[in-house]
Structure formats: C-alpha cells, structure tokens
Design a protein around this ligand. Structure first.
Ligand SMILES: [Zn+2]
Length: 119
C-alpha cells in the first residue's frame, strides 16, 4: 500500500484531519526506506485534489443575445455544465431562465426581436 492510500484510509474527511494524519505519519515517513516515492505519491494526491477543486463549473458559457422578456435589458447566456447537470439559458439581470426544452422557442423570439430592430 502506498503512502497516499495509507493516509486515505485514515479518517480524513477534512483538510485539517488529513493534515493531522500526515503530521502523525512524519516520523514513519522520515524512517521510510523510499522517501522519494512517498513524496511523489503525496504530490500526486495533492495534484488530483487541486484538479478536482479547480474544475470549471461549466464546459462552455455562450452569449446568445438580448433577453426577449418585455422591458428587460438583460443579456442571455447559455450555460453548458461540465458535469451531468442540465444546460440552461439565463438572463444576467432579470430572473429569466429557460431549460433546453425552451431554447428553440426563445431562439425564435430573439430572432424576431433582431429582425424588428434591424427593420
Ligand atoms: Zn431578462
């Protein structure tokens, strides 16, 4: 069992308990015959945790255009989540949001608004 796996088996539900477990393991780490491997495992575990925490919430955010709701001056953006949550469109100033089922209909409204403004 590697060092990172050993520490993962200790009750490490928070960063503080993980740090406490690591501090408690320092004497064993110092006496370990292959300290570079232990350091590599700890650094790999740190990199994995950093990637998990820093993962973007959205795979893409796409600006669509002006909000089609009456008297709203907001801009609509489509949010495509990085995880399995459903995509949505939302206005940046009003409480206007639409699920993917409404996208075609809202797209039609936005297109009609653009045509009226350019006419
Ligand atoms: Zn709006």
């Amino acid at each position: 069992m590697g060092w990172a796996a050993h520490l993962a088996n200790v009750a490490t539900s928070t960063a503080q308990t993980a740090a406490t477990a690591l501090l408690a393991a320092l004497p064993d780490l110092r006496a370990h015959g292959n300290l570079p491997d232990a350091c590599d495992e700890i650094l790999d575990a740190h990199a994995q945790a950093t990637r998990a925490v820093d993962a973007p919430a959205h795979r893409a955010i796409i600006t669509i255009g002006a909000c089609p709701e009456a008297a709203c001056q907001g801009t609509i953006r489509a949010f495509i989540p990085a995880d399995t949550r459903p995509a949505r469109m939302a206005c940046d100033i009003g409480d206007h949001t639409w699920g993917t089922r409404d996208w075609l209909r809202i797209g039609g409204h936005i297109q009609q608004m653009r045509e009226r403004m350019s006419a």
